[in-house]
Design a binder for this molecule. Structure first.
Ligand SMILES: Nc1ncnc2c1ncn2[C@@H]1O[C@H](COP(=O)(O)OP(=O)(O)OP(=O)(O)O)[C@@H](O)[C@H]1O
Ligand SMILES: Nc1nc2c(ncn2[C@@H]2O[C@H](COP(=O)(O)O)[C@@H](O)[C@H]2O)c(=O)[nH]1
Length: 400
């Protein structure tokens, strides 16, 4: 972590108001919460907006793990503290789908990570407009038909569902494509990425490492689609414990004999692997059925019947299908703006000279009903453009 310019340290030690503008050359903002001041702006790698934490109690900078996909640098930004647990960062001059970000500093997800790692943690989560449905976690023993059911769903509803592409250390099968079925990865690389906090969950399954990266879930959310995760019971337990609110479905086979028949008929595993997967299946079914993780159980005897039941529990009857498709929308912010906060409303006021005459130079962001968050995207904010504006807001800060 780089040294901060001396004047910033002095300012931080003397104490900031909440939401402050550091007029340094690197466009940093500082937000104070308790003893900690979160300095958002300059980064070491220049590939993303950086975050540093100054702790007044110890009088110094604290080593901080920054997790989640980070926002790319921009020509300036504003920052506002929300609910004492996250900082809203509004980027200037950025694309409509890239201007709203949340830096979580004290949400349950961040508190859990702090407890696990024993270090200071903050987590980025991009703001996405629209209200996607909860992700769907599908588990069940190897060979039960999870992949088959998911493929049917994706084929029938391509604009509605997106598959979370997992990482695995197992070798690809003949028809599997890297980046489509899995991200096939070296164990050492995956272990390092797990250590770096890039995974929502991971588990050792049938002798290989499998895991869902935070990015895999975010990519689907960015497309405005409902995310489907095909993961084992250990992974489902981790997701259940995380802040990713999902629907959990367990698929059971009609019998162990039928499961073995399906695994053998698939012809993708060695005899040794088939026996290992069948041994693990028993434990997986026991855990799946007794753990309390799962909201729904499906029995995959006749494929078509099971598929119809899956669609029904996902609310995919003819009347609901049309209303569930949400396309991602962006927010057209003025390139230069100032930001104020009144209760749960964020007022973004244009400061671009040519827009002085424009009727809609004010945008109000209502953040009273935020949903989701790290790991993944933050949704649920309303955006209104306003025609006229009478001044009188207290400016929190601005950068240029
Ligand atoms: N209801 C069913 N009746 C008969 N065969 C089925 C049924 N469902 C799936 N299958 C077949 O069983 C095999 C295993 O299915 P699939 O690959 O979808 O299982 P899976 O649960 O995704 O397994 P894994 O966890 O190993 O990836 C496939 O050949 C598939 O065509
Ligand atoms: N915990 C996780 N389990 C995963 C993930 N991706 C897949 N899986 C599970 O592994 C087994 C075997 O899969 P296969 O493709 O080798 O047959 C199966 O039960 C999957 O559900 C993951 O990211 N995390």
């Amino acid at each position: 972590m780089g040294e901060a310019p001396a004047f910033i340290v002095d300012d931080l030690q003397s104490g900031f108001q909440k939401g402050f503008c550091l007029k340094s050359k690197c466009c940093e903002t500082a937000i104070t919460l308790g003893d900690k001041t979160y300095v958002v702006g300059a980064s070491n790698d220049e590939l993303s907006i950086g975050v540093r934490i100054f702790d007044k109690a110890i009088g110094g900078w604290v080593e901080t793990a920054v997790v989640g996909t980070k926002p790319k640098p921009c020509k300036g930004h504003s920052a506002v503290l929300l609910n004492e647990d996250r900082i809203l960062v509004i980027k200037k001059g950025s694309a409509p789908d890239d201007c709203i970000w949340f830096l979580e500093v004290n949400t349950p997800y961040v508190r859990e990570l702090k407890k696990k790692t024993g270090t200071e943690v903050v987590a980025w989560s991009k703001g996405v407009r629209g209200n996607a449905q909860k992700p769907v976690v599908i588990s069940g023993p190897s060979g039960v038909g999870k992949g088959t059911l998911i493929s049917m769903l994706m084929k029938e509803f391509p604009s509605m569902f997106g598959f979370s592409v997992s990482h695995t250390t197992r070798a690809p099968r003949a028809m599997e494509k890297d980046g489509v079925h899995y991200h096939f990865t070296e164990r050492s690389v995956m272990e390092k990425e797990i250590e770096d906090g890039k995974f929502l969950e991971f588990a050792s399954v049938h002798g290989n490492l499998y895991g869902t990266s935070i990015e895999a879930v975010e990519v689907v959310a960015d497309m405005g689609k409902r995310c489907i995760l095909d993961i084992d019971v250990q992974g489902a337990r981790s997701v259940r414990a995380s802040s990713l609110e999902a629907i959990f479905i367990f698929i059971s086979p009609p019998s162990m004999e039928e499961l073995e028949k399906r695994l053998r008929a698939r012809g993708t595993e060695s005899e040794e692997q088939i026996l290992k997967r069948l041994r693990n299946a028993k434990a997986e079914i026991d855990q799946g059925e007794s753990s309390g993780i799962f909201d729904h159980f499906l029995y995959n005897d006749r494929l078509e019947e099971c598929y119809e039941s899956l669609k029904k529990l996902l609310g995919l009857d003819e009347t609901t299908v049309a209303t569930q498709i949400t396309s991602p929308q962006g927010i057209n912010l003025p390139a230069d703006h100032s930001v104020s906060k009144i209760d749960n409303k964020i007022i973004i006021k244009s400061e671009t000279p040519e827009s002085d005459k424009a009727s809609k130079n004010l945008i109000v962001l209502d953040v009273s009903s935020l949903k989701g968050g790290a790991p993944g995207r933050t949704r649920g904010f309303d955006v209104h453009a306003i025609d006229s504006f009478s001044d009188g807001f207290n400016g929190i800060h601005c950068l240029s």
